[in-house]
Design a protein around this ligand. Structure first.
Ligand SMILES: Cc1cc2nc3c(=O)[nH]c(=O)nc-3n(C[C@H](O)[C@H](O)[C@H](O)COP(=O)(O)OP(=O)(O)OC[C@H]3O[C@@H](n4cnc5c(N)ncnc54)[C@H](O)[C@@H]3O)c2cc1C
Length: 360
């Protein structure tokens, strides 16, 4: 019987496990991931605000694996020998495979600013969310660095929670406008929302230095903090460079539209950790990983059966809903920008439905 090794419990692998509950394949399947829980980042802001519990936003991987007939190994892949078809783990174990699938997400980018690595809190890998939230809840003077969707959502969530406790709003710092990859209309709207909620917002300010109690910006401003959350976008995991696999400039694994590595067709990858050669600018977002899930499952099966796989075709626009606190959401889709309670209700329903699938 052939061995399928799943590395990382990301979105696409959750789907593979779910499908394995429904369809039995003539395969030994093993999943290796560092935490016994897989955390769903779509619910992180709601968790930080206090709208969701730990159980709402996480999946217990040993239980899901058991139901799927998959062996769960708690650990992390350290390097891959694509010729010998083996994976070396951080604990020193060697796992051999006939078919390898990678869904290990990304790490936190922009952390090379002097002092940031020592003093700033990072959520990724996502299993850090619980400990990071605990620290941020107790902060007296929290600062969030990062004006993308993650930074803005987390700053607004914490502000909403602190408002309930009669505490001051969060300081948010960005080296660009907020949500710089979205439309001007969306940028104006989110700036209005953050200022309206009392956040201290610093725009076009690059952090140049971090000490244990303050950050210094490119314009010479000094901002005092007691807890600093760093959310400045994704960074590629080291695994692929270490393993001499084909990567893009940033170090993400290069795959074809079938989610396979051209030189090593028995290696598949999905989610943040992969860059599609045909679509290098696809965002590193959970919503993309979810859309790749079914292609991954179909193509893993096709490979075993010696058939051609299907091609992943990204959508022109992805729906994005940012939670802005107090059960309101900012919905962005193409040119559409809507800020109201219904957007949050829709987001809540999408996120809860997504999680329910993996708990039954
Ligand atoms: C605060 C925050 C909020 C976000 N909100 C949204 C949102 O609302 N919508 C959206 O689309 N995107 C959102 N994102 C982005 C989103 O988190 C990522 O794009 C998404 O998680 C990527 O999914 P993935 O399946 O690639 O990997 P992940 O979901 O990150 O899962 C990767 C898995 O691999 C494991 N792993 C890592 N390294 C190894 C290794 N060496 N060996 C084995 N296993 C390993 C990890 O522990 C984890 O289990 C948010 C990000 C943050 C930080």
């Amino acid at each position: 019987m052939k061995n399928l090794l799943l590395v990382g419990a990301g979105h696409a692998h959750l789907h593979v496990l779910k499908m394995l509950q429904e369809e039995t394949l003539d395969l030994n399947v093993t999943l290796i991931s560092p935490s016994e829980y897989q955390y769903y980042s779509g619910m992180f802001s709601g968790y930080l605000e206090g709208l969701y519990s730990e159980e709402d936003m996480r999946v217990h991987m040993p239980s899901l694996a058991e139901k799927a007939g998959v062996t769960f190994v708690q650990g992390a892949a350290l390097s891959i020998d694509a010729t010998g078809k083996v994976v070396l783990t951080e604990k020193g174990d060697i796992l051999s495979y006939d078919l390898l699938s990678l869904d290990i997400g990304s790490l936190t980018g922009g952390i090379d600013v002097p002092g940031a690595r020592s003093y700033a809190l990072r959520i990724k890998p996502n299993y850090r969310i619980e400990e990071v939230a605990k620290v941020m809840w107790e902060a007296e003077n929290p600062v969030v660095v990062g004006g993308g969707a993650a930074g803005v959502e987390m700053a607004l969530a914490l502000t909403a929670r602190r408002a309930e406790e009669g505490k001051q709003a969060v300081t948010l710092l960005s080296h660009s406008p907020l949500l710089r990859d979205s439309s001007q209309k969306a940028q104006k709207k989110i700036e209005h929302i953050t200022r309206n909620k009392g956040l201290g917002v610093y725009l076009q300010e690059k952090v140049t230095n971090v000490t244990s109690s303050s950050i210094v910006t490119s314009s010479g401003k000094q901002i005092i903090y007691d807890q600093l959350l760093w959310l400045t976008g994704p960074k590629a995991p080291e695994l692929f460079r270490i393993s001499n696999l084909p990567v893009d400039e940033a170090g993400y694994l290069l795959v074809e539209e079938t989610l396979q590595v051209k030189k090593y067709p028995s290696i598949f990858a999905a989610g943040d950790c992969a860059t599609l050669r045909e679509y290098p600018d696809l965002p590193k977002a959970g919503v993309v990983a979810v859309r790749q899930s079914d292609v991954l499952w179909t193509n893993l099966k096709a490979f075993i059966e010696g058939k051609d796989g299907v091609r992943f075709q990204p959508k022109k626009a992805y729906l994005s809903i940012l939670s802005t606190g107090k059960r309101k959401g900012l919905l962005l889709y193409g040119k559409m920008v809507l800020h109201h309670r219904l957007s949050w209700t829709l987001k809540n329903s999408i996120d809860r439905k997504f999680m329910e699938k993996y708990k039954s």
